[in-house]
Design a protein around this ligand. Sequence first.
Ligand code: PEP
Ligand code: MG
Length: 892
Amino acid sequence: MAKWVYTFGDGKAEGDAGMKNLLGGKGANLAEMSNLGLPVPPGFTISTDVCTHYYAHERTYPEELKGQVETALAHVGKLTGRVFGDAANPLLVSVRSGARASMPGMMDTVLNLGLNDETVEALAKQAGDRRFALDSYRRFITMYSDVVLEVGHHHFEDILEEHKERKNYQLDTDLTADDWAQLIVKYKAAVKRELGKDFPQDPKEQLWGAIGAVFGSWMNARAIKYRELNDIPASWGTAVNVQAMVFGNLGETSATGVAFTRNPSTGAKELYGEFLINAQGEDVVAGIRTPQDITEAAKIAAGSDKPSMEKAMPEAYAELVRIYGALEKHYRDMQDMEFTVESGKLWMLQTRNGKRTTKAALRIAVDLASEGLISRAEAVQRIEPASLDQLLHPTIDPKAPRTIIATGLPASPGAAAGAIVFSSDEAEEAKKQGRKVILVRVETSPEDIHGMHAAEGILTTRGGMTSHAAVVARGMGKPCVSGAGSIRVDYAKQTLTAMGKTLNKGDAITIDGGTGQVLLGEAPMQEPELSGEFAQLMEWADGARRMKVRANADTPLDAATARKFGAEGIGLCRTEHMFFEGDRIVAVREMILSDDEKGRRAALAKLLPMQRSDFAKLFEIMHGLPVTIRLLDPPLHEFLPHTDAEIAEVSKAMGASPEKLKARAHELHEFNPMLGFRGCRLAIAYPEIAEMQARAIFEAAVEAAKKTGEPVVPEVMVPLVMTKPEFDLVKDRIDAMAAAVAKETGAKVEYQVGTMIELPRACLMAGEIAQSAEFFSFGTNDLTQTTLGISRDDAASFLGPYTAKGIIPADPFVTIDQEGVGALVKLAVKGGQATRPKIKLGICGEHGGDPASIVFCESAGLDYVSCSPYRAPIARLSAAQAALGKLKEKDA
Ligand code: PEP
Ligand code: MG
């Protein structure tokens, strides 16, 4: 016979903590605490299999369930010396939901179930306290009506308020037994009025009603939404826990409370929590009365005038201290506990691994390792890499109120506040005047780099997680919200409209790049603090990982940041980002608008010294660490002048007529530039560009090596390669330039020439390409775009429904599509290694900073990942966890 029900209590249980999938988190831990001999009120868990069955069979239960619940109820009755439904000696129970992962949004708790007009008298008699019994009954009626019968709380609150007003009472505790008796009559009448039938008096009917409500709540809208946001499959189902009641509202020697074994916001080792004397569970949460501190130290620190549990209930407190020590030792993690004290005796109602801030998580992991409770490797595995973001950027003060006007994509973490500006020039101007601004654009382009630099943060209404704004902002470490589609920007009127509100240039907004929220006004911020535990944990992580971590860095500032955050080299320097700086853009435009090689060479000669000094600075900062410099990649289209003023500027510099330049710009205009005249295609058509860049790289390497005394081994990278002959042509030019510079300077620079692997064809032909290429760096942004045929700039508009409907597990531009793109990466690794066994392999697409993708990179055998400087710590930790073979566990 299938088993659907598992009992616990009295030092024994049919389940244990390892059975979370079947018993849910709460049920498994109640069983575990019973097995440990801790004081747990006896009860039973109806397994998650019943939930699955319920939904697979048109909301019906398995046949054996009824009998098994009755047997379990009898067992609990035996342990407590009571009988469920008995008029003289009733067993009362609580009914709680409990999924594998804790899940707000579901039905939570019904207490005092089993009370009716008859059993309430028995309870009064047994407790010797009629008021207590009636108080418990009215709580049951309101709770049960609310969560099972769907007769909302407000019906009862109105009745209670009216009564209190009439009697001139302030607090619920002012009500007498007779008051509650009168109210119960009114409560029941309200239920009858709302439902057209009586409040159920039969305890069995009550119980099955509550069980049905728990299972029903698994599919309510809030629970579905929560699962969607947290990747929890609907197939998991919830369990139901039925447990003998213990009463915290049985007078002054009774209480109820919640406690953490360590401080969940700082991680400090102290019992942290609150409790209420003469109260039931929901009073603590409801905030009707102010709870009291558990320890005397916390009470003194808070300046509270109410006694601590330590003073008011010394025995129960001592028991709690004993138990919390035992639980931490047993679970080897910080616990979040619920307890009740009934007439001086402590009962444990729940324990689970406690939620905590990242700061606390670091401290707790490091402390637990230092205390010998867990190993250093486990400490490293305990920290969610993405959560480190919280520490590395300023964030909005969690206590501050938020007026959200729109939500876009959390494109680059951290929060920023400032006045709205709609153009990059204005952002730059404002910065010069010392004003803080948020740059608001429909989308950004390479021409906005200066504005993005100047702004505190960037908000775009279009574009996804790998749109220009997102990639550049992450690289700069600037907060960015992208694709906030509900905002309308009107450049002409200089306004933005969101949720019916129109804001003007100069109005203050705050963006939260960690959540994608856009807030009205300037929110207060918290500065990042890299505590000792952070450094300690990162040191342990570095010791555990195999892959190296490099940064995508284009500027000296990026490079310095990269080193600060522990990057071990530069995996991608996008040279085009240097082309927009200062007045270089004029020379760049001169180069691309020239219609012959001579003209291009003249413009390139102007760019050479600037590039050389850029590279020299990078090499110096990186001090001998590897630096990969990529030749010019973006479509020429992106550099074209747009306005008459821009054309006039170039025309003056070149001595060519504006008409001629306009015509040339028109020729270079592309409809699909990302698949157009870009990447190594530029070097094939205009080899002199690659030559200038190669010369700048080698001359800079000589210069920097002289300065630092560390030899520089530049890695020159060719973008968007699809065939070996294409790569060879470019490589020949680079090699020739290396030889020329060596001859001119008398200094021979060691270097490597490799390629981006970012086209499916390159993956397929990797073996052949590796005959010439000395390293591969996977450009998974373009590889995702070209493999899936999805534009990286425009995908946001339709990817949402794809992830929501489960067609794809995640945004493929954020987390690598392992099955498709990943298969191509593995194929290229195999091909490359077959030709060149020691070929250096890295990744420099955005996936290089994504924890799940980094796990993939470890399995694909890459040598390093390269990500934005600010993500380097996340990548270091992810790489360590990947190496330690962390099995991602969703269960709390
Ligand atoms: C890539 O395509 O993954 C890459 C790193 O290059 P970019 O984003 O500059 O196209
Ligand atoms: Mg690319």
